[in-house]
Design a protein around this ligand. Structure first.
Ligand code: BES
Ligand code: MN
Ligand code: ZN
Length: 481
């Protein structure tokens, strides 16, 4: 699917041949003298159409436009959220095998946020997963034109959004793949493929190298599986080598059975999504390859399965992390923090400006925030504020959670330096407190995406979050320093 931004108003859009024309009408709409504008004005005046967000009016082969289908789409005040809701509904309505070329025209000059939201919403609404279908019926949509009279003012936002789409779709692709089609080895190969882009590099460490580094916590999780663990180190060098990088760490559990502390059978299939953090790191690198900002970024992915065999780690086992801290594994289902803690220690060697880990870490975060906002934990306010702002810009929302020392109380044990679980209460926070023990050497933030990385139910599938949030954060870093 190809996006293009065109300096064009309603009169121009009416002349463009396309399968569907979406006209985005804000409450402040002022009609011009062209036929399409007059049509919109009449529909508004009669009350058959309203500019409220999500209101739609569909027409077939209207005389006023060269489009097979025309949809008037209300966008209210034209905020990012309103545009997103409206475009999702409108594209959902015109989606069909005949929809190849879509023209989306802003009836009044668009804001940057509105253009961003429109591009991301068209991509979201038209995405189709096909990798493991024998007769794939993929996305029919090939060409998307975004038209607004002030195109030059919104070009940068448009470019960012188009790159984020590529990242989101790569993340969705890998997260959606079933665990037997997305093993740690295949995930590592996907990272190596990204390294073919300019300014990119990738190194993959296998079981031997990881053992040599002393990543005892990561190895403990992987030891119950036949699939060899992989530790991926991706690098994007867009600035001088001396510039401290931002390190992104993505949880790459390609399947989480829970281990000996096994999960219930219902919905266990969804634990194929437990590498969504890793997939989002791949997605961010895909977007970086496109945008080439003047920053340095390192991506770390500890990838393995959490399964059960005769060698599997057992509740009560004590392991030694790369940092030298001993960990009592009281629950083998709290495996994410075990693979992440060693990756966080590994991150120290890059002397990072900041480290952000991304993980489908706790069911407790789903209880706390549902599927709307990711949980955001940050050791420094500046970093927390910057990530929160990036979430707002990209409409990939998150919410700041606390890190008071009291929340670490339950992690105390008499048998090791720390236990890997505390009680049920505040479970997403005690998980974050566990991770924080391994982050003393750098500013650190943690995004718990357990609720936001995928949707359950009829529309089951990966969301590609938080690629948008992370890319906006990195771009903001590129422009401020
Ligand atoms: N991958 C899960 C977290 C998860 C659960 C994500 C449900 C999305 C939906 C994680 O590895 C896990 O199992 N966490 C446990 C921790 C507990 C044992 C302290 C949990 O949340 O139940
Ligand atoms: Mn688990
Ligand atoms: Zn997990």
């Amino acid at each position: 699917m190809n996006f293009e931004l065109k300096p064009m108003g309603l009169a121009g859009a009416a002349n463009e041949k396309c399968d569907a024309l979406l006209v985005l009408v804000p409450q402040t709409f002022k009609a011009g003298k062209d036929d399409l504008s007059i049509l919109v004005a009449q529909a508004l005046k009669s009350g058959d159409f309203e500019a409220k967000p999500g209101k739609l009016l569909q027409l077939y082969r209207p005389l006023q436009a060269n489009a097979t289908r025309l949809v008037l789409v209300g966008i209210g005040e034209g905020s990012a959220k309103q545009v997103r809701t409206a475009v999702l509904a409108a594209v959902g309505g015109v989606k069909s095998s005949t929809l190849k070329k879509l023209l989306l025209c802003f009836a009044s000059p668009a804001h940057e946020a509105a253009v961003r939201a429109a591009v991301l919403a068209v991509a979201d609404a038209s995405y189709v997963y096909t990798s493991t279908k024998s007769k794939p019926e993929g996305r029919s949509l090939q060409k998307v034109l975004i038209a607004t009279t002030n195109a030059s003012e919104v070009q940068t936002s448009f470019d960012h959004a188009a790159a984020i789409v590529l990242g989101v779709e790569l993340a969705k692709e890998w997260a959606n793949r079933p665990a037997n089609h997305a093993t740690p080895t295949l995930l590592a190969q996907a990272a190596e493929k990204l390294a073919e882009f300019p300014k990119m590099g990738c190194e993959v460490l296998g079981p031997k190298e990881v053992a040599k580094l002393g990543m005892g916590a990561f190895m403990a999780v992987a030891q119950g599986s036949e699939q060899p663990l992989q530790f991926v180190v991706l690098r994007y060098t867009g600035a001088l080598k001396s510039k401290p990088p931002t390190v992104l760490v993505g949880k790459g559990i390609t399947f989480d059975s829970g281990g000996i502390s096994i999960k219930p059978a219902a919905e266990m299939d969804e634990m194929k999504f437990d590498m969504s953090g890793a997939a989002s790191v791949l997605g961010v690198f895909r977007a970086l390859a496109e945008l080439k900002p003047a920053i340095n970024v390192v991506g770390l992915i500890p990838a393995c399965e959490n399964l059960i065999n005769g060698r599997a780690v057992k509740p009560g086992d004590v392991v030694t992390s790369m940092a030298g801290q001993t960990i009592e594994i009281l629950n083998t289902d709290a495996e994410g923090r075990l693979v992440l803690c060693d990756a966080l220690t590994y991150a120290e060697r890059f002397k990072p400006a900041a480290v952000v880990d991304v993980a489908t870490l706790t069911g407790a975060c789903v209880v706390a925030l549902g599927g709307v906002r990711s949980g955001l934990f940050a050791s420094q306010d500046a970093l927390g504020d910057a990530l929160m702002a990036a979430g707002n810009t990209s409409q990939d929302l998150c919410w700041r959670m606390p890190l008071d020392e009291e929340y670490a109380e339950g992690l105390k044990t008499g048998f090791a330096d720390v236990a890997n679980v505390a009680g049920r209460a505040g479970g997403s926070i005690s998980a974050a407190k566990f991770l924080q023990r391994f982050t003393e050497k750098f500013p650190w933030a943690h995004l718990d995406i357990a609720g936001t990385a995928w949707k359950s139910g009829a529309a089951k599938g990966a969301t590609g979050r938080p690629v948008g949030l992370l890319v906006e954060y990195l771009l903001a870093q590129a422009s401020t320093k």
